[in-house]
Design a protein around this ligand. Structure first.
Ligand SMILES: Cc1cc2nc3c(=O)[nH]c(=O)nc-3n(C[C@H](O)[C@H](O)[C@H](O)COP(=O)(O)OP(=O)(O)OC[C@H]3O[C@@H](n4cnc5c(N)ncnc54)[C@H](O)[C@@H]3O)c2cc1C
Length: 263
């Protein structure tokens, strides 16, 4: 059970940041993850008065506020139109609608969970997270770090990549046994492989992915899948995850080619 000793709902980001510097403090996102297990938060900081729930589109891309729920991301039409439904596909499996109405993109990105569908998708895109004090940080750099005492305020995603998201689950609402996002833009093809079960990793794919035949694609996908490490567990062995990753990467490339490739 989660115990909270002091609860705050600051009116400014600066106030929230100051509170976050206190020992034993934590930001509350949707508390979907935070409330699991037996632990105590000395100073709990609720960001819900800071107007951080929005999805804004402009010519270049999207700005998504940290307190935007996974459900809003799932059903937002402009976002899913721009990325061929990839956001819906990445989040609709997560627990259930009530849960996704609470869990936030800020908590999902900040958590950098090894099983994260959200992180696996964001990494395949041209994406940055905004930390209140530090400013914009590329998602790949952020994903490689450990937790810091800053506030994640928003996420910026540029509309310069096509993307396909695929995951393998033992049942529809379980954690993924393997998650893959394949994307293509003017700087080439890449994929992320997540839920291995460690944090998603970005892998660069050959520039001529789009012109390979089936057996060529198999080789590319197997090589990409073999370039990261896997662990075993109740959802599958390391060898199983690697085999699934290769299939998902190949299917992702094929699906992107079928959609016309580059953004
Ligand atoms: C049973 C269960 C199953 C799940 N299955 C999946 C799944 O299949 N796929 C998947 O991708 N995810 C899954 N998740 C994770 C879920 O989607 C969310 O990512 C998770 O709940 C965290 O989001 P939250 O808003 O609830 O954050 P919280 O639980 O409130 O916070 C998580 C962490 O982020 C910090 N934090 C939150 N917001 C901010 C911020 N703005 N700035 C700085 N720090 C912040 C918190 O202090 C905490 O350390 C699952 C979670 C649960 C509980």
């Amino acid at each position: 059970m989660l115990h909270i000793n002091h609860y705050y709902r600051p009116d400014t980001l600066e106030e929230a940041w100051q509170l976050r510097q206190k020992k034993g403090s934590a930001i509350l996102g949707g508390t979907g993850w935070l409330r699991l297990g037996e632990h105590t938060i000395q100073h709990a900081i609720d960001l819900s008065s800071l107007d951080l729930s929005y999805i804004q589109e402009d010519e270049d891309g999207f700005l998504i506020g940290a307190m935007t729920t996974l459900r809003e991301i799932e059903i937002n039409e402009p976002l899913n139109k721009a990325f061929d439904g990839a956001f819906t596909e990445a989040v609709w499996h997560i627990v259930g609608v009530q849960f996704r109405n609470c869990a936030t993109i800020g908590g999902s990105a900040y958590g950098r969970f090894g099983f994260s569908d959200v992180l696996a998708l964001l990494l395949a895109l041209d994406c940055e997270v905004h930390l209140y004090k530090e400013g914009w940080v590329p998602i790949a750099e952020f994903a490689g770090r450990s937790n810091e005492a800053d506030l994640l305020t928003e996420i910026r995603i540029r509309k310069n990549r096509r993307v396909v998201y695929l995951s393998e689950r033992l049942n529809a609402n379980d954690f993924p046994a393997c998650a893959v996002a394949v994307s293509n833009g003017t700087d080439g093809w890449r994929c992320t492989i997540g839920a291995r079960p460690c944090r998603a990793k970005l892998v660069t794919l050959p520039t001529d992915c789009g012109s390979r035949d089936e057996s060529g694609l198999r080789k590319i996908a197997e090589k990409a899948a073999a370039s990261v490490t896997y662990g075993g567990g109740m959802r599958g062995s390391a060898a199983y995850r690697q085999a699934v990753a290769a299939v998902l990467i190949r299917r992702g490339i094929q699906a992107l080619c079928a959609k016309g490739g580059q953004a």
